[in-house]
Design a protein around this ligand. Sequence first.
Ligand SMILES: Nc1ncnc2c1ncn2[C@@H]1O[C@H](COP(=O)(O)OP(=O)(O)OP(=O)(O)O)[C@@H](O)[C@H]1O
Length: 284
Amino acid sequence: MATDFPRLTDLAEPGAVVPPILNVTELRKRYQADGPLVCDRLSFSVNQGDFVAIIGPSGCGKSTLLRMICGLLPPTSGEVSLRGQRIDAPPPEMALVFQDYTRSLFPWLTVERNVKFPLAERGDITKAEKAERVAEAIKTVGLAGFEDYHPGELSGGMQQRVAIARALAFRPQILLLDEPFASVDALTKEGLEDTLLAVRERFADSGMTMLLVTHDIDEAIYLADRILVLSKPPCHVAEELMVDLPHPKNQVSTRGMPEFQRIRARIHDVMGLSAQRDGSQPAA
Ligand SMILES: Nc1ncnc2c1ncn2[C@@H]1O[C@H](COP(=O)(O)OP(=O)(O)OP(=O)(O)O)[C@@H](O)[C@H]1O
């Protein structure tokens, strides 16, 4: 598949250590000068092609972190860098999918036009390539045949697929997803999770990196290769877990695997949920 950005591994000398695509270094964030710290010395890095899930207690600062990563919100101190360059504004290599698809889609445009919308101003891509990208993105999210529908004629899950397709048509190097499936029912959510895995496979050659913020521990384990568990606020990375589950994944058998259960138990421990459930105090 064609890609707008070279893979870091293709640029490196054979045997060289490839630097992370994204570095988050010592981030601190306060919304008001005299307000509480939301993040405190939050650091981690992400390699190209990784699928990283960020999970943490409600209100700990996950969305704040994602907005700082994509340059929509300035950190109070510390920095986010992409390929070694500090991010001060939304970089063209990133695309963001929000939970609330109703606010990100244009109801008066068809599926095809919604997906094409961010490409309209791109003078560096030919009309034919735009059409090819749009068709491929729509197909990848399972919406072939719905090109001429309007968002209001689609279910919530299908509308979120349109939002994902729009991000994909942009061919981002980093796809950021902020609670993308929090507004849909459980069965629809499973279908969308499997679509994300299909997206990942489809764009693997271009080294697309994915960063998912979610409340859902099982979703994080099912989808990601690496999970960053954030602490309660002011948040930092409390634990980093590698997920090594066999592909292709399956909603029933993968979730039943001992490794899946082991990781889930560990996350519950780190987040203090187990302790809360049996009535004792969570670890500080
Ligand atoms: N624009 C803002 N101005 C002031 N405070 C804010 C703003 N946005 C978020 N906050 C505060 O920052 C903290 C972290 O919020 P954030 O939405 O990042 O957390 P979260 O982990 O994504 O929450 P949730 O899991 O409930 O979606 C909260 O205390 C919130 O009230």
